[in-house]
Design a protein around this ligand. Sequence first.
Ligand code: FES
Length: 505
Amino acid sequence: MRSTITFLGHAGLDLRLGATRVVCDPWLSARGAYLGSWYPFPDNGHLAAKDLHDTPTLFISSPRPDHCDLETLGGFPKTVRVVIPAFPSRVLADQIAQLGFTEVVELPDWQPLELGGGARLTVVSASTRHILAAALVLELDGEVILNQNDCPLDAATLARLAAIKPSVHFVQSSGASYFPSAYDFSPDQMKAHVGEEVAEIFRRFVGAAVEVGARYLIPGGPPCFLDDRGFELNFGGSIFFDTDELQAKTAIAEPALAERLRILYPGDAAVGEDGAWQFDGHRPYTDKRQYLEAYRRARAPARENQLAELRAQAGPVEVKELRSYLRDLFQFEDMTWNLGLMVQIHLSDGPSMWVDFRKKPFRYLTECEEPASYVLTLESAWMSLVLQQKASWHDLLMGQKVMIHRDPDRASPRLMSHFDYRHDEALFDLVRRVDPALITIQDEQMEYVCQRFCPHRGRDLEYAVIERGVLTCTAHGWRFDLRKGGKCLWGGDAPLLVKEIRPLK
Ligand code: FES
């Protein structure tokens, strides 16, 4: 049997096992994701979307615009079957329905979909339910491809995937978050935060690769940034490290894994013949800066049009409207009651609004002499799009349209959850309820039943260190006092839910 994996750029793959074909997350339009900020790297503009249109099946792993590019998807015949994960949120299903596809399959985790001729497809979504990302397994006649892309999976799920014995594992290797690049940290703070994040991202990449144990590992990402503010993120010192940097890191830290790495660039293919795979990667640049300068120039007209279209939809922001929007945004007291800080929404060309969460009733002020501990600065055009629900705070943050100042440098996940999830009620609800997954852990004396995923950024606490009642999350070192209601002792302001404490027998 002949199999091919053609890399379409970013998270996009064209998978063929014998006569079975599935196209995943194609992003081939000239539109930058997140309000004209993110682009596939390297450029995939030489690939024609119409060459993918005869696929019988599309798989879309996430509603995020770098996975679900509505312009590319809009060109597919509406008779193509679209497989999406059965997420707790309706956002992806609604987007696909609006495009007019007639056959949309919302597949629950681990429920196989027969594709004919013995081939089957399985979807596994992120272990943390409020993260809308999913992996796909494609199998035929003993050949198994795992497309994990940027879906975080816990150790048990990875072990279950390992048991299926994938021969090729596609997994994102770089970061995909607005932290810390959206913050105005000093160079030293930035270096420390980037270092911490990169270590965690690399740990996750290695953990998934080692646990699954596929013969070949194809790393995906990062995107590149063609806007002025983000351009330098492409050249090191950020969480968006490229495959050259990944190879160098892996060669030092995990030489055995480095042997399994295979780098593909947009349009490159891996070909499998009766289980033996050949990888043919052609790097399209030698000087990355020169390459990206040319890429930026080539995409400039489309990017400028895209931004002009967005700005044309914006209107002035009135104080009254901003206040009532913020009252609605922060309406859930279970999320705000002990935030204990002052937040400023600072429109660089319009009014400012301060929200004082330090004592009740919370105050919404148009003038304030005191410095806020969180200041979000943005243009009123972007705020206007949020007010009109044409963009979300998450789009703005990912798209480098907001600059955050925090002083002291202390994370507030509960505050930021409003900006990350409030546009999607189902997800915000999940975040409010705290992920219901629990874990039982113990120290020298006691056993604790507590929240399984770290309140900071969702690390599985199966890997945590517990000593004398203090749990330390291995991702960024946040510490929680398990014997004092999960109080956060170091890191930020979010407690860990501790349901039960009992002495060891
Ligand atoms: S995920 Fe960051 S400290 Fe736990």
